[in-house]
Write a protein that binds this ligand. Structure first.
Ligand code: MLT
Length: 405
């Protein structure tokens, strides 16, 4: 008799951003004249930069000629992109990461969801609360989370690391030792970032306890504070305990193009000495035929001098929005965090409203979309996330609507 994977049946409702999209579509259908401003999902609005577009055209042209046509890409990524990422993202920051420790993929979301596959089902995971839902949902799918406790709104086998205003949204080291620890800095959703000294404590903890940190650095381009590391490999000892996930979506606007990569250092091994790198490479070889050539050439262009200048322009455009949101919320008496080293602003909901109540009110009364904090975990209740990825015009209009609410 056919049966589906029972772990999938444990998933609760639809994926957070799908739920938000469905509610927004229903509201728009009910009120077709409303100009809804979307500051919900962290999707970029500026187009790809000229250097990237030129690289796409050139690579597309190459595909049209027999001599330069490319079929399957190497499953781990083209050397030109792995070398460029190693040089620019790591060597330039003094991090000891080689090109053959970098695995190119179709994006950080896939990698952060898939990486759990190489670990035993017995592994205990620790996640920040609130958390980017992919880490948790993919471990539910992997059968690692136990049962859901309705009262606590928590999975029984998961170690939650509360990130609240009381601890400045920086998780405490857990007393119960996890095997896998997910850390995202700059953080999605709280918009706060971990300083190097703090991250070093996590690296030391992981090495002392034989844990692995899965470090999501998708938002590193937004860091302005020199004390915040761009890579976990800036911390000493990270090669023996950390995997890092990178994205081209938020820095270079590849949300629709799809490109990312994961770093698994050769020194990272399980308790029996198995190199995690070999398992991740095996997974890529089996389940992935390589990110498309055109995308990888576009990614290479991001690392050129012109590409770097252009993406700095994208980042500063969005960070101007972050400032508009932060200052506008403060002027209207809201309490908000983040938005300094990150494109996310994490605001407290007003009038004691729950996150979803505020979502509904903002959508119905102001036609502005954000993301309910409770969708990211129980400690997100009473919070609401706004993104800085809109246009200047829409961002200003959304803030004015919030001020009038
Ligand atoms: C978010 O809004 O949290 C992100 O855009 C989702 C993602 O990157 O998958």
């Amino acid at each position: 008799m056919l049966k589906v994977n029972p772990d999938y049946l444990k998933l609760r409702g639809s994926y957070l951003f799908s739920t938000v999209a469905r509610k927004v579509a229903a509201s728009q259908a009910a009120h077709p004249d409303r100009q809804i401003i979307r500051l919900g999902i962290g999707d970029v609005t500026l187009p790809l930069t000229p250097t990237v577009v030129a690289a796409i055209h050139k690579a597309g042209d190459e595909m049209a000629h027999a001599e330069t046509f490319r079929g399957y890409a190497p499953d781990l990524g083209y050397g030109f992109l792995r070398e460029a990422a190693a040089a620019h993202d790591f060597k330039a920051r003094g991090c000891d990461i080689a090109a053959d420790e970098i695995f190119i993929s179709d994006g950080a979301k896939s990698d952060s969801g898939n990486i759990q596959e190489i670990f035993s089902r017995d592994c205990r995971i620790a996640v920040c609360d609130p958390v980017y839902p992919v880490y948790l949902d993919s471990n539910v799918m992997g059968g690692r989370t136990g049962d859901f406790d309705e009262a606590k709104q928590q999975w029984s086998r998961v170690i939650y690391l509360p990130c609240t205003a009381a601890n400045a949204f920086s998780p405490e080291l857990p007393s119960e030792v996890p095997d896998l620890i997910y850390i995202c800095s700059p953080n999605n959703p709280t918009g706060t970032a971990m300083k190097k000294e703090r991250l070093q404590e996590w690296v030391d903890y992981a090495n002392a306890h034989g844990s692995v940190i899965i470090f999501d650095a998708a938002y590193e381009a937004y860091i302005s504070d020199p004390e915040v590391p761009h890579s976990i490999y800036e911390c000493s000892g990270a090669r023996t305990c950390a995997i890092e996930i990178r994205s081209f979506s938020k820095n270079a606007g590849f949300t629709g193009l799809r490109l990312g990569y994961t770093v698994v250092p050769k020194d990272l091994k399980d308790a029996d000495g198995t190199a995690l790198r070999d398992l991740w490479a095996r997974r890529h070889g089996t389940k992935f035929n390589g990110a498309p050539y055109i995308q990888q050439r576009a990614g290479e262009a991001v690392y050129s001098e012109a590409g770097q200048t252009e993406i700095r322009g994208l980042v500063s455009y969005y960070m101007e929005n972050a400032r508009t949101i932060r200052e506008g919320l403060a002027a209207a008496g809201y309490t908000a965090f983040g938005g300094i080293d990150s494109p996310y602003i994490w605001m407290q909901t007003p009038d004691g409203l729950s996150s979803w109540e505020f979502f509904d009110r903002l959508l119905e009364e102001a036609s502005v979309v954000g993301t309910p904090g409770s969708g990211f975990g129980p400690s997100g209740e009473g919070y609401f996330r706004l993104t800085a990825f809109g246009t200047h015009e829409n961002t200003k209009a959304a803030v004015e609507r919030l001020q009038r609410l």
